[in-house]
Write a protein that binds this ligand. Structure first.
Ligand code: PLP
Length: 385
């Protein structure tokens, strides 16, 4: 694919790429204007540039040292936000981590209070990041409420839909995820839920002119056809690989309907897995959202003692070792998450080969290995008399 991409890079007109970007945004319910190709790290300077009341492009983020630019996101946000604030020169201290509710969704009243406190202190709140499908549990922030707040305070609203954004195209997903149509910018990763080979990140920005204002320079040694879309004007990269080719080819082959079906199947299978887990006496279901299910192994005799700290410490160690053994064993692959402070197993289905019998096999495999690990690790003091 890379060989193909490098051969065809200069032959596929930017107009064709533009049509593909339009197609993608149409699938996301006409969310954002256009211009795919770039990831979230690259959008941060853009957001700062538009919302700050000084010329960041010219003077940089430190021109106004008394007024610190502030970024708001929930504690469930993926770690890209730390990289982005670091690389963007804002520093990770610019991030205000907003508390979440019992479903891991951003608490909008806390967000409002923090923005008001920062404004009163003379800082410059400029960006709120909502998440449509968090990395740990697939939680979706209350996007319409966050959007309304951003409008009220004149802030940029970005949605991280890297994993969950594509679910907006299927009716089976909960309505919250469709709130991403209110964002100023969205990140979606075709290498996640469009099943594209690594890597193909994509950022969609409502107003393409905002990108041009942030990134375009026209030195005399670049000779542009002003009628064409020159992607060099829409992001930080000049020479670029043709990552979009693999996404475009798959879209041509599978079509919108094919993708809707595959994504809906993944959601259905994840819900089926959650049901199978909740029926199992030795498993505790923690969450199910989009196509992510989280759960842990709890030996039957410890069920009644769940909040005892000695028991919880043992369960954390047990489930940590269990994830490790399952990954090394090769029968099933699960990753891990921390939910309500507990170490849990995380099954995220973004594979069109996964079947109903696969998900139904999970509980017994986990319980079998879990029992082995429990026998090895349990301190004698935790054993039921
Ligand atoms: C919600 C979310 N955002 C961002 C990322 C980062 O994606 P990548 O590792 O592909 O850069 C992930 C990865 O899992 C994610 O789940």
């Amino acid at each position: 694919m890379d060989t193909l991409a490098s051969r065809y890079r200069d032959r596929v007109p930017d107009r064709e790429m533009d049509r593909r970007a339009h197609w993608l945004s149409h699938q996301l319910r006409r969310t954002a204007g256009q211009r795919g190709q770039y990831g979230e790290l690259r959008l941060l300077p853009r957001g700062a540039h538009c919302q700050a009341d000084w010329d960041i492009r010219k003077h940089g983020v430190f021109e106004n040292p008394g007024r610190k630019l502030r970024v708001y996101c929930s504690g469930e946000t993926h770690t890209w936000i730390q990289k982005a604030t670091d690389l963007g020169g804002l520093g990770t201290d610019s991030i205000r981590w907003i508390a979440t509710d019992s479903k891991s969704r951003m608490d909008v009243s806390t967000l409002r209070r923090q923005i008001e406190a920062d404004t009163a202190a003379g800082d410059a709140p400029f960006l709120v990041v909502g998440t449509a499908g968090s990395v740990s549990t697939g939680a979706v922030d209350p996007l319409p409420e966050i959007s309304a707040l951003c409008k009220e305070y004149g802030m940029w609203f970005h949605v991280d839909g890297a994993y969950g954004g594509f679910a907006a195209a299927v009716p089976q997903a909960n309505d919250d995820v469709r709130g991403l149509c209110l964002a100023d910018s969205i990140a979606v990763d075709p290498h996640k839920w469009l099943y594209a080979p690594l890597e193909a990140g994509c950022a969609l920005v409502r107003d393409p002119e905002m990108l041009r204002a942030a990134f375009a320079y026209h030195p005399p040694y670049y000779h542009f056809d002003e009628q064409a879309t020159n992607y060099v004007d829409y992001g930080p990269q000049n020479s670029r690989g043709f990552r979009a080719l693999k996404v475009w080819l798959a879209l041509r082959q599978v079509g919108a309907e094919g993708y809707r079906k595959m994504i809906a199947d993944d959601i259905r299978l994840s819900r089926a897995m959650a049901q199978a887990i909740s029926r199992h006496a030795e498993l505790e279901l923690m969450t199910q959202d989009l196509s992510i299910t989280t759960f842990r192994y709890v030996p039957s005799d410890l069920r009644a003692r769940l909040r005892e700290s000695e028991v919880e410490i043992h369960l954390d160690a047990l489930n940590r070792e269990l994830v490790d053994r399952l990954q090394r064993g090769g029968e099933i692959f699960v990753s891990n998450a921390i939910v309500c402070g507990r170490y849990v197993l995380r099954a995220c289905i973004v594979n069109f080969h996964t079947t109903q019998s696969d998900v139904e096999a999970v509980p017994d495999i986990v319980a079998r290995i879990g029992c082995e690990v429990d026998t090895e690790l349990r301190p004698t003091t935790s054993r039921s008399q």
